[in-house]
Design a protein around this ligand. Sequence first.
Ligand code: AMP
Length: 506
Amino acid sequence: MNLASLLERAARQHPGRPALLLGSELLYSYAELADRVARLARALREFYGLAPGDRVVLFMSNEPAYLELLYACWWAGLAVVPVNAKLHPQELAYIVEDSGARLACVSSAFRDAVRRELPELRLLVPNSTCYAEALLQQPLPMESVEAGDLAWLFYTSGTTGRPKGVIETHAMLLAMTACYFSDVDPSLGIDDAIVYAAPMSHGAGLYNFAFVARAARHVVPVSEGFEPAELAGLAESVGRLCLFAAPTMVRRLVDELERLGRGGEGFKTLVYGGGPMYVEDIQRALRVMGPRFVQIYGQGESPMTITALAREDLADVLHPDWLSRIASVGRAQLLVEVRVADEQGQALPDGAVGEVLVRGATVMPGYWNKPEASSAALRDGWLWTGDLGVLDAHGYLTLKDRSKDLIISGGSNIYPREVEEVLLAAPGVREVAVVGQSDREWGEVVVAFVVADAGVDAAALDALCLERIARFKRPKRYEFVAALPKNHYGKVLKTALREPLNPKET
Ligand code: AMP
């Protein structure tokens, strides 16, 4: 089944329902959106000469045309390659070459830079004259595709090395959507509105399907991104907002709502994930906004779908295991199996730390043109996530860290996150990243990079660690810095912190 049939179905069943908004201004109903998509699809096939299976790069900021171009490509039987608009044109050039894309849809602001870097590549710019002409084509009947055909070539955010293209098929993304209804937001209704505050090239965009399937509303912020004050305004004017947000975005939104003296009114569901949410932060978010949160854990290789921590779990403050549950990433989503395994892939008993493996309907068939990387990631039918975790008796998974971030000091394992949680509880500490530095005596020692208000000192942090964690886990050194290095998705680049400490690390 073609993903675009979700749109065709919504347009048939609910033609007059509002589909796409820019801020609080309605642009198109579902019937209008599907009509535009079918016309663009014909232009892609006939004017741009693309054939089913061809790849189309989207190098665009979050703008209304994003949604219609995604669907136009699928409608025409093409595959999309959404690229984070914050990447440098040279990084884009690598992805264009690696994917073999024959066309790039590019926001007008990036047109000149892309043309300079890739003079041979054909470009389609939303809202240009060519775009207006494309919309005058006769609607194309939807192309049929195989379930296993490539739909979305998803370049991993790459905290190290070159990004790899994950093959995401129509079937995988439909399974991901079924899991959304089962485990993330079973009460998603036609009056709900997804707001694209995070890049549509990533998780936020992947969540469009559930909202198309329900014929619910899609809102592109006028700022094209995440502005806490704008979101607070949209909560009032649009209402029933749902969004996917990185943990840092949740923190900034909660700051803004507190500043305004407001709570979670106007927000329906905030799904967070993509990186660790610290317990202090989610507790405060729940206090300020109420039971509107769901956590997901996924990775490009099993998009948005490994585990979910349900709204009810997060809200169940009186449960004796509440604190450990909100520190977990929840339980396996409906269509995947999750295992914590030893180095041979054998399941470990509950309570033991090992690598998280996943198998099921949302797991990729492999990386694009990377057979070696594919067979390293997929072994005996399981995806090896590179994350370390531990399961409890009720199936809750707690992530420890990426296996490469683990610190081994004096033969003992130290999970950076545990130390980070303690340091974040200190007043005035805003962000922390804990890494290992190689050491002749201990193998590695713990170093903490801290972003903090003036007046926070190492002695106070050390005293807090002594109160809360084993002595050997305490940082040997604190580096106070103005900001932590992050990639374009806001993930902390621990490799960049480790490199100067460990000159031989590759
Ligand atoms: P990406 O493929 O770029 O989305 O990155 C996926 C990685 O982000 C995972 O393998 C985890 O290391 C991390 N991640 C995703 N979701 C969570 C979460 N809820 N909590 C902690 N880490 C997460």
